[in-house]
Design a protein around this ligand. Structure first.
Ligand SMILES: Cc1cc2nc3c(=O)[nH]c(=O)nc-3n(C[C@H](O)[C@H](O)[C@H](O)COP(=O)(O)OP(=O)(O)OC[C@H]3O[C@@H](n4cnc5c(N)ncnc54)[C@H](O)[C@@H]3O)c2cc1C
Length: 158
């Protein structure tokens, strides 16, 4: 089985499959990054903190998963092959595409923390909130209804 993606969905699938099927199936991961992508921890970066990194190699080695450091470009469903951005062709019996979702800003004129590219915007916001100039005096944190994530921090800025 070939799994494309390097986030929790891909890793949990590999862990689950190994648990269920043992070594009866070959598992391969197609992901460009060396570390597991874990967005919940990335939000500390604008605060000048470094999130812990989880090396995929450490997680995959005990599972006997082959890691292709490359990215999925196209799928030939009939031929049971994928093309990678580096120009390789990989064959598969079963393919799981777990490459994450595309982020869309939910509200105009707001900041949404989508990924590491958002870090710079939030760093500026924090710097302006801390500055004596008072340019930013209130920050509204909006959470959509139905969210089940747990937030332990209760601190706020005003
Ligand atoms: C700021 C933020 C905070 C969050 N906080 C929480 C939380 O507290 N609790 C919670 O439960 N959820 C939280 N989430 C949601 C959670 O991060 C996602 O549900 C989860 O990361 C989805 O995992 P995923 O593996 O599907 O996708 P992703 O984590 O997006 O990983 C996608 C992976 O696919 C790889 N990839 C992309 N394109 C290709 C390609 N073409 N070929 C191969 N690989 C590719 C990427 O490099 C990446 O490794 C948060 C999300 C964000 C953005």
């Amino acid at each position: 089985m070939l799994v494309a993606g390097g986030g929790v969905a891909a890793l949990e699938l590999l862990l689950g499959l190994r648990e269920l099927a043992g070594m009866r199936i070959d598992l391969e991961l197609l992901s460009p990054e060396a570390d597991l992508r874990y967005p919940p921890l990335e939000v500390v970066e604008p605060f000048d903190l470094v999130p812990p990194s989880i090396a995929l190699a450490d997680a995959l080695a005990p599972l006997g998963v082959v890691h292709h450091r490359d990215a999925l470009m196209a799928v030939d469903v009939d031929g049971h092959t994928v093309q990678t951005y580096a120009g390789a062709t990989l064959s598969y019996e079963a393919l799981v595409v777990a490459v994450g979702a595309r982020h869309e800003p939910p509200l105009p004129d707001t900041l949404t923390y989508a990924d590491r590219a958002s870090r710079a915007h939030f760093a500026v916001l924090l710097a302006e909130a801390e500055a004596e100039s008072g340019r930013v005096r209130n920050i509204l944190f909006a959470v959509p209804p139905g969210s089940t994530w747990r937030c332990r921090s209760t601190s706020s800025r005003s």
